[in-house]
Design a protein around this ligand. Structure first.
Ligand code: PLP
Ligand code: ZN
Length: 420
Protein backbone atom coordinates (compact mmCIF):
# COMPACT_ATOMS: atom_id res chain seq x y z
CA UNK A 1 0.00 0.00 0.00
CA UNK A 2 2.96 2.33 -0.36
CA UNK A 3 5.34 3.35 -3.09
CA UNK A 4 8.19 2.59 -0.74
CA UNK A 5 9.28 -1.03 -0.69
CA UNK A 6 10.17 -1.00 3.01
CA UNK A 7 6.94 0.65 4.27
CA UNK A 8 3.69 -1.33 4.47
CA UNK A 9 1.37 1.46 5.60
CA UNK A 10 0.56 3.96 8.33
CA UNK A 11 -1.47 2.80 11.30
CA UNK A 12 -3.49 4.81 13.84
CA UNK A 13 -2.10 4.19 17.31
CA UNK A 14 -5.58 4.69 18.77
CA UNK A 15 -7.96 2.57 16.65
CA UNK A 16 -5.55 0.54 14.52
CA UNK A 17 -7.00 1.69 11.20
CA UNK A 18 -4.43 1.66 8.40
CA UNK A 19 -3.77 4.29 5.74
CA UNK A 20 -1.55 4.33 2.67
CA UNK A 21 1.40 6.67 2.82
CA UNK A 22 0.43 9.72 0.78
CA UNK A 23 1.19 13.47 0.80
CA UNK A 24 -0.81 15.32 3.46
CA UNK A 25 -1.74 12.17 5.36
CA UNK A 26 -0.74 13.02 8.92
CA UNK A 27 -3.47 11.77 11.28
CA UNK A 28 -6.40 9.33 11.51
CA UNK A 29 -9.71 10.60 10.07
CA UNK A 30 -11.76 8.80 12.72
CA UNK A 31 -9.70 9.71 15.79
CA UNK A 32 -8.61 13.24 14.88
CA UNK A 33 -5.30 15.00 15.46
CA UNK A 34 -5.29 14.66 19.26
CA UNK A 35 -5.60 10.88 19.58
CA UNK A 36 -5.21 9.67 16.04
CA UNK A 37 -1.44 9.84 15.71
CA UNK A 38 -0.17 7.54 12.97
CA UNK A 39 2.78 5.19 13.07
CA UNK A 40 4.80 3.72 10.21
CA UNK A 41 4.55 -0.05 9.83
CA UNK A 42 7.45 -1.65 7.99
CA UNK A 43 7.98 -4.77 5.96
CA UNK A 44 10.80 -6.27 8.00
CA UNK A 45 11.19 -9.22 5.64
CA UNK A 46 12.09 -6.72 2.92
CA UNK A 47 14.32 -4.73 5.28
CA UNK A 48 16.18 -7.91 6.20
CA UNK A 49 17.23 -8.28 2.57
CA UNK A 50 18.79 -4.81 2.76
CA UNK A 51 20.59 -4.77 6.11
CA UNK A 52 23.11 -6.89 7.98
CA UNK A 53 25.85 -6.21 10.51
CA UNK A 54 28.44 -6.82 7.78
CA UNK A 55 26.76 -4.37 5.39
CA UNK A 56 26.67 -1.73 8.10
CA UNK A 57 30.33 -2.32 8.93
CA UNK A 58 31.21 -1.74 5.26
CA UNK A 59 28.95 1.33 4.90
CA UNK A 60 31.00 4.52 4.58
CA UNK A 61 28.05 6.91 4.97
CA UNK A 62 28.75 8.45 8.38
CA UNK A 63 25.34 10.02 8.77
CA UNK A 64 21.86 8.91 9.78
CA UNK A 65 21.20 7.96 6.15
CA UNK A 66 23.20 4.77 6.60
CA UNK A 67 19.87 3.55 8.06
CA UNK A 68 17.70 4.59 5.13
CA UNK A 69 16.32 1.04 4.94
CA UNK A 70 14.50 1.80 8.22
CA UNK A 71 13.13 5.15 7.08
CA UNK A 72 10.11 6.27 5.03
CA UNK A 73 12.18 7.60 2.14
CA UNK A 74 13.04 6.35 -1.34
CA UNK A 75 16.34 4.46 -1.47
CA UNK A 76 18.97 6.86 -2.76
CA UNK A 77 16.35 9.62 -3.03
CA UNK A 78 16.87 13.38 -2.49
CA UNK A 79 18.30 14.44 0.88
CA UNK A 80 19.10 17.70 2.65
CA UNK A 81 22.82 18.48 2.48
CA UNK A 82 23.76 18.80 6.14
CA UNK A 83 25.58 15.88 7.74
CA UNK A 84 23.12 14.74 10.42
CA UNK A 85 23.75 11.90 12.85
CA UNK A 86 26.60 9.48 13.52
CA UNK A 87 27.27 11.56 16.60
CA UNK A 88 29.86 10.28 19.07
CA UNK A 89 29.05 7.76 21.77
CA UNK A 90 31.50 8.35 24.61
CA UNK A 91 32.29 5.86 27.34
CA UNK A 92 32.15 8.40 30.14
CA UNK A 93 34.24 6.79 32.87
CA UNK A 94 34.91 9.86 35.00
CA UNK A 95 31.27 10.94 34.94
CA UNK A 96 30.23 7.32 35.54
CA UNK A 97 32.42 7.23 38.67
CA UNK A 98 30.97 10.52 39.85
CA UNK A 99 27.41 9.22 39.69
CA UNK A 100 28.23 5.67 40.78
CA UNK A 101 27.75 3.71 37.57
CA UNK A 102 30.25 1.13 36.27
CA UNK A 103 29.39 1.53 32.60
CA UNK A 104 27.98 4.81 31.37
CA UNK A 105 27.85 5.93 27.76
CA UNK A 106 27.02 9.47 26.69
CA UNK A 107 25.52 9.96 23.24
CA UNK A 108 26.38 13.54 22.34
CA UNK A 109 23.72 14.65 19.90
CA UNK A 110 24.59 18.28 20.49
CA UNK A 111 27.24 17.94 17.77
CA UNK A 112 24.64 17.71 15.02
CA UNK A 113 24.78 20.50 12.39
CA UNK A 114 22.26 22.75 14.13
CA UNK A 115 23.34 21.40 17.53
CA UNK A 116 20.47 19.17 18.65
CA UNK A 117 18.94 15.74 18.15
CA UNK A 118 16.07 17.46 16.33
CA UNK A 119 18.22 17.49 13.19
CA UNK A 120 17.40 13.80 12.78
CA UNK A 121 13.67 14.51 12.52
CA UNK A 122 14.04 17.62 10.41
CA UNK A 123 16.33 15.86 7.95
CA UNK A 124 13.67 13.24 7.25
CA UNK A 125 10.97 15.90 7.05
CA UNK A 126 12.97 17.84 4.49
CA UNK A 127 13.74 14.65 2.53
CA UNK A 128 10.00 13.86 2.43
CA UNK A 129 9.15 17.43 1.46
CA UNK A 130 11.66 17.17 -1.40
CA UNK A 131 10.14 13.90 -2.58
CA UNK A 132 6.67 15.43 -2.41
CA UNK A 133 7.70 18.63 -4.15
CA UNK A 134 6.74 20.92 -1.26
CA UNK A 135 8.00 24.48 -1.47
CA UNK A 136 7.36 25.63 2.09
CA UNK A 137 7.77 23.70 5.34
CA UNK A 138 6.28 24.90 8.58
CA UNK A 139 6.61 23.97 12.20
CA UNK A 140 6.04 25.23 15.68
CA UNK A 141 8.73 24.49 18.17
CA UNK A 142 10.18 25.22 21.57
CA UNK A 143 13.28 26.19 19.54
CA UNK A 144 15.38 23.25 18.38
CA UNK A 145 12.89 21.69 15.99
CA UNK A 146 12.69 25.11 14.42
CA UNK A 147 16.41 25.73 14.06
CA UNK A 148 16.99 22.21 12.73
CA UNK A 149 14.19 22.59 10.21
CA UNK A 150 15.40 26.02 9.12
CA UNK A 151 18.98 24.75 8.65
CA UNK A 152 18.10 21.54 6.83
CA UNK A 153 15.57 23.34 4.61
CA UNK A 154 18.08 26.10 3.83
CA UNK A 155 20.61 23.49 2.69
CA UNK A 156 18.38 22.65 -0.28
CA UNK A 157 16.70 25.99 -0.86
CA UNK A 158 13.30 25.17 0.65
CA UNK A 159 11.52 27.99 2.51
CA UNK A 160 10.60 27.55 6.15
CA UNK A 161 8.00 29.33 8.26
CA UNK A 162 8.60 28.91 11.96
CA UNK A 163 6.41 29.57 14.98
CA UNK A 164 8.25 29.83 18.30
CA UNK A 165 7.02 30.95 21.72
CA UNK A 166 8.30 34.36 22.76
CA UNK A 167 10.41 32.77 25.52
CA UNK A 168 12.67 30.80 23.11
CA UNK A 169 16.35 31.50 23.98
CA UNK A 170 18.13 34.01 21.76
CA UNK A 171 20.73 31.44 20.63
CA UNK A 172 18.02 29.39 18.97
CA UNK A 173 16.22 32.40 17.52
CA UNK A 174 19.50 33.66 16.07
CA UNK A 175 19.93 30.34 14.25
CA UNK A 176 16.48 30.75 12.69
CA UNK A 177 17.23 34.22 11.47
CA UNK A 178 20.62 33.23 10.07
CA UNK A 179 19.10 30.23 8.26
CA UNK A 180 16.68 32.65 6.61
CA UNK A 181 13.44 31.31 8.09
CA UNK A 182 10.31 33.44 8.36
CA UNK A 183 10.07 33.59 12.15
CA UNK A 184 6.83 34.23 14.00
CA UNK A 185 7.65 34.86 17.66
CA UNK A 186 4.27 34.09 19.22
CA UNK A 187 3.57 36.09 22.36
CA UNK A 188 2.06 33.18 24.25
CA UNK A 189 2.72 29.63 25.51
CA UNK A 190 4.05 26.77 23.41
CA UNK A 191 0.49 25.40 23.30
CA UNK A 192 -0.79 28.63 21.74
CA UNK A 193 2.17 28.67 19.38
CA UNK A 194 1.41 25.13 18.25
CA UNK A 195 -2.27 25.89 17.65
CA UNK A 196 -1.51 28.93 15.55
CA UNK A 197 0.93 26.97 13.38
CA UNK A 198 -1.63 24.18 12.89
CA UNK A 199 -4.21 26.69 11.73
CA UNK A 200 -1.71 28.28 9.35
CA UNK A 201 -0.70 24.90 7.88
CA UNK A 202 -4.38 24.11 7.22
CA UNK A 203 -4.95 27.44 5.59
CA UNK A 204 -1.82 27.68 3.44
CA UNK A 205 -1.15 24.00 2.68
CA UNK A 206 2.50 24.00 3.83
CA UNK A 207 4.42 20.77 4.55
CA UNK A 208 3.87 20.07 8.24
CA UNK A 209 6.93 19.29 10.38
CA UNK A 210 5.09 19.28 13.71
CA UNK A 211 6.45 16.46 15.77
CA UNK A 212 3.39 14.43 16.62
CA UNK A 213 1.18 15.33 13.73
CA UNK A 214 3.68 14.14 11.15
CA UNK A 215 4.75 10.57 11.89
CA UNK A 216 8.03 10.82 9.98
CA UNK A 217 9.60 12.67 12.94
CA UNK A 218 9.72 9.57 15.13
CA UNK A 219 11.28 7.70 12.20
CA UNK A 220 14.11 10.23 12.01
CA UNK A 221 14.67 10.41 15.73
CA UNK A 222 14.89 6.64 16.05
CA UNK A 223 18.20 6.72 14.18
CA UNK A 224 19.79 7.79 17.47
CA UNK A 225 19.14 4.29 18.80
CA UNK A 226 20.21 2.55 15.62
CA UNK A 227 23.52 4.37 15.94
CA UNK A 228 23.96 3.69 19.64
CA UNK A 229 23.41 0.01 18.96
CA UNK A 230 25.87 -0.15 16.09
CA UNK A 231 28.42 1.92 18.04
CA UNK A 232 28.17 -0.58 20.90
CA UNK A 233 28.85 -3.39 18.44
CA UNK A 234 25.19 -4.50 18.66
CA UNK A 235 25.30 -4.94 22.41
CA UNK A 236 22.02 -3.80 23.98
CA UNK A 237 22.35 -1.66 27.12
CA UNK A 238 20.18 -2.29 30.17
CA UNK A 239 18.83 1.27 30.08
CA UNK A 240 18.53 4.14 27.69
CA UNK A 241 17.75 7.52 29.24
CA UNK A 242 16.24 10.51 27.43
CA UNK A 243 14.66 13.81 28.40
CA UNK A 244 11.04 14.21 27.31
CA UNK A 245 8.94 17.12 26.11
CA UNK A 246 6.47 16.27 23.34
CA UNK A 247 7.48 12.62 23.60
CA UNK A 248 8.61 12.18 20.03
CA UNK A 249 12.28 11.61 20.91
CA UNK A 250 11.65 8.88 23.45
CA UNK A 251 9.10 7.21 21.20
CA UNK A 252 11.72 7.23 18.46
CA UNK A 253 14.47 5.93 20.72
CA UNK A 254 12.27 2.99 21.67
CA UNK A 255 11.14 2.32 18.11
CA UNK A 256 14.76 2.20 16.95
CA UNK A 257 15.47 -0.73 19.24
CA UNK A 258 12.22 -2.46 18.31
CA UNK A 259 13.09 -2.12 14.61
CA UNK A 260 16.51 -3.69 15.13
CA UNK A 261 14.86 -6.50 17.05
CA UNK A 262 12.30 -7.10 14.30
CA UNK A 263 15.06 -7.10 11.70
CA UNK A 264 16.92 -9.75 13.67
CA UNK A 265 19.96 -7.61 14.46
CA UNK A 266 19.56 -7.79 18.26
CA UNK A 267 17.94 -10.34 20.53
CA UNK A 268 16.80 -8.25 23.47
CA UNK A 269 15.52 -4.75 24.25
CA UNK A 270 16.61 -2.09 26.75
CA UNK A 271 14.45 -0.45 29.39
CA UNK A 272 13.62 3.17 28.69
CA UNK A 273 13.74 5.95 31.28
CA UNK A 274 11.87 9.17 30.44
CA UNK A 275 12.95 12.30 32.30
CA UNK A 276 10.84 15.44 32.65
CA UNK A 277 11.40 18.72 34.46
CA UNK A 278 9.56 18.93 37.77
CA UNK A 279 7.99 22.24 36.70
CA UNK A 280 6.40 20.66 33.64
CA UNK A 281 5.94 16.90 33.79
CA UNK A 282 2.48 15.89 32.51
CA UNK A 283 3.66 12.45 31.41
CA UNK A 284 5.79 11.55 34.43
CA UNK A 285 2.99 12.69 36.73
CA UNK A 286 0.38 10.67 34.81
CA UNK A 287 2.54 7.56 35.20
CA UNK A 288 3.07 8.20 38.92
CA UNK A 289 -0.70 8.45 39.36
CA UNK A 290 -1.17 5.22 37.40
CA UNK A 291 -3.39 6.98 34.87
CA UNK A 292 -2.50 4.77 31.90
CA UNK A 293 -2.65 6.83 28.74
CA UNK A 294 -4.57 9.71 30.34
CA UNK A 295 -2.65 12.82 31.34
CA UNK A 296 -3.39 16.40 32.40
CA UNK A 297 -2.00 19.55 30.82
CA UNK A 298 0.49 21.40 33.03
CA UNK A 299 2.02 24.87 33.17
CA UNK A 300 5.45 25.29 31.58
CA UNK A 301 7.72 26.27 34.42
CA UNK A 302 11.34 25.16 33.94
CA UNK A 303 14.73 26.42 32.70
CA UNK A 304 14.78 23.44 30.36
CA UNK A 305 12.89 25.29 27.64
CA UNK A 306 13.14 22.48 25.07
CA UNK A 307 11.14 20.15 27.28
CA UNK A 308 8.76 22.76 28.69
CA UNK A 309 5.77 21.20 26.97
CA UNK A 310 2.57 21.47 28.97
CA UNK A 311 0.45 19.70 26.34
CA UNK A 312 2.66 16.94 24.89
CA UNK A 313 1.80 16.12 21.29
CA UNK A 314 3.16 12.61 21.26
CA UNK A 315 1.96 11.57 24.69
CA UNK A 316 0.63 8.14 23.83
CA UNK A 317 3.67 6.99 21.91
CA UNK A 318 5.88 8.21 24.77
CA UNK A 319 3.82 6.56 27.51
CA UNK A 320 3.82 3.31 25.55
CA UNK A 321 7.61 3.40 25.13
CA UNK A 322 8.05 3.38 28.89
CA UNK A 323 5.33 0.82 29.54
CA UNK A 324 6.29 -1.61 26.80
CA UNK A 325 9.94 -1.52 27.79
CA UNK A 326 9.26 -1.96 31.50
CA UNK A 327 10.96 1.39 32.11
CA UNK A 328 10.27 4.35 34.37
CA UNK A 329 9.52 8.07 34.43
CA UNK A 330 11.40 10.47 36.67
CA UNK A 331 11.30 14.22 37.31
CA UNK A 332 14.15 16.60 38.09
CA UNK A 333 14.31 20.09 39.57
CA UNK A 334 15.83 23.02 37.72
CA UNK A 335 18.56 23.13 40.35
CA UNK A 336 19.48 19.51 39.65
CA UNK A 337 19.52 20.19 35.92
CA UNK A 338 21.92 23.13 36.31
CA UNK A 339 24.13 21.16 38.76
CA UNK A 340 24.27 18.34 36.25
CA UNK A 341 25.19 20.71 33.44
CA UNK A 342 28.29 21.66 35.41
CA UNK A 343 29.08 18.13 36.59
CA UNK A 344 28.74 16.68 33.12
CA UNK A 345 30.88 19.43 31.65
CA UNK A 346 33.73 18.96 34.08
CA UNK A 347 33.68 15.16 34.13
CA UNK A 348 33.03 14.38 30.48
CA UNK A 349 33.74 17.49 28.42
CA UNK A 350 30.23 17.41 27.01
CA UNK A 351 28.27 20.68 27.22
CA UNK A 352 24.51 20.32 27.14
CA UNK A 353 21.72 22.87 27.19
CA UNK A 354 19.35 22.46 30.16
CA UNK A 355 17.00 20.02 28.37
CA UNK A 356 20.10 18.27 27.07
CA UNK A 357 21.29 17.65 30.63
CA UNK A 358 17.90 16.73 32.08
CA UNK A 359 18.30 13.08 31.11
CA UNK A 360 21.60 12.86 32.98
CA UNK A 361 20.07 14.65 35.96
CA UNK A 362 17.24 12.10 36.03
CA UNK A 363 19.69 9.24 35.65
CA UNK A 364 21.43 10.36 38.85
CA UNK A 365 18.12 10.38 40.69
CA UNK A 366 17.31 6.90 39.43
CA UNK A 367 20.71 5.59 40.56
CA UNK A 368 20.27 7.24 43.97
CA UNK A 369 16.86 5.59 44.32
CA UNK A 370 18.30 2.19 43.35
CA UNK A 371 16.03 1.89 40.33
CA UNK A 372 19.10 1.75 38.08
CA UNK A 373 21.85 -0.43 39.53
CA UNK A 374 25.56 0.37 39.60
CA UNK A 375 26.48 -2.62 37.43
CA UNK A 376 23.83 -2.00 34.78
CA UNK A 377 24.92 -0.69 31.39
CA UNK A 378 23.41 2.72 30.74
CA UNK A 379 23.30 5.03 27.73
CA UNK A 380 22.22 8.60 28.35
CA UNK A 381 21.60 11.02 25.51
CA UNK A 382 22.63 14.67 25.54
CA UNK A 383 20.00 16.04 23.19
CA UNK A 384 21.12 19.64 22.66
CA UNK A 385 24.29 21.73 22.85
CA UNK A 386 24.93 24.11 25.74
CA UNK A 387 25.99 26.99 23.49
CA UNK A 388 22.35 27.39 22.50
CA UNK A 389 21.56 28.83 25.90
CA UNK A 390 24.64 30.42 27.44
CA UNK A 391 22.65 32.46 29.97
CA UNK A 392 21.63 29.32 31.79
CA UNK A 393 25.14 27.90 31.46
CA UNK A 394 26.61 30.92 33.23
CA UNK A 395 23.87 30.58 35.83
CA UNK A 396 25.03 27.00 36.37
CA UNK A 397 28.77 27.59 36.33
CA UNK A 398 29.15 31.14 37.59
CA UNK A 399 31.19 34.07 36.27
CA UNK A 400 34.97 33.76 35.86
CA UNK A 401 37.37 35.30 38.36
CA UNK A 402 38.42 38.86 37.55
CA UNK A 403 42.21 39.26 37.61
CA UNK A 404 44.38 42.41 37.56
CA UNK A 405 46.87 42.26 34.68
CA UNK A 406 49.91 41.84 37.00
CA UNK A 407 51.64 38.84 38.55
CA UNK A 408 50.67 40.16 42.03
CA UNK A 409 47.08 40.33 40.94
CA UNK A 410 47.29 36.79 39.65
CA UNK A 411 48.83 35.66 42.94
CA UNK A 412 45.91 37.13 44.85
CA UNK A 413 43.46 35.39 42.58
CA UNK A 414 45.24 32.02 42.80
CA UNK A 415 45.25 32.22 46.61
CA UNK A 416 41.48 32.50 46.57
CA UNK A 417 41.20 29.14 44.81
CA UNK A 418 43.79 27.43 46.97
CA UNK A 419 46.98 27.67 44.89
CA UNK A 420 49.73 29.03 47.16
C1 PLP B 1 12.97 18.52 21.72
C2 PLP B 1 14.01 18.25 22.72
C3 PLP B 1 13.86 17.26 23.68
C4 PLP B 1 12.63 16.42 23.83
O1 PLP B 1 12.14 15.83 22.66
P1 PLP B 1 10.56 15.61 22.52
O2 PLP B 1 10.39 14.91 21.26
O3 PLP B 1 9.93 16.96 22.54
O4 PLP B 1 10.15 14.82 23.70
C5 PLP B 1 14.89 17.07 24.57
N1 PLP B 1 16.01 17.80 24.52
C6 PLP B 1 16.20 18.76 23.59
C7 PLP B 1 17.47 19.53 23.60
C8 PLP B 1 15.20 19.01 22.66
O5 PLP B 1 15.40 19.98 21.77
ZN1 ZN C 1 -7.86 6.06 14.52
Amino acid sequence: MSELKNVKHLQCINCGKTYPMEPGRYTCDDCGPKLGILDFVYDYEYIKTKVSKEKFAANKDNSMWRYEAFMPVTEGGPRPKLRVGWSPLYKADVLGDAIDLDTLYVKDDGINPTASLKDRASAVAVARAMEEGAEVICCSSTGNAASSLAGNAASVGIKSVIFVPGRAPIGKVSQLKIFGAEVMSVQGSYEETFKLSAEAIDRYGWYNRNAAINPVMVEGKKTVSLEICEQMDWEVPDWIVFSVGDGCTIAGAWKGYKDLHEAGLIDRLPKVAGIQAEGCAPLAHAWERGDGEEWNPEVENTVADSIAVGVPRNAVKALRAINESGGVWETVSDEKILDTMRLMGKTSGVFGEPAGCAGMAGLQVLVEKGVIKKEEIVVCAVTGNGLKDVNNAIKAAGDPMKVEPTIEGLNEALKKIGYE
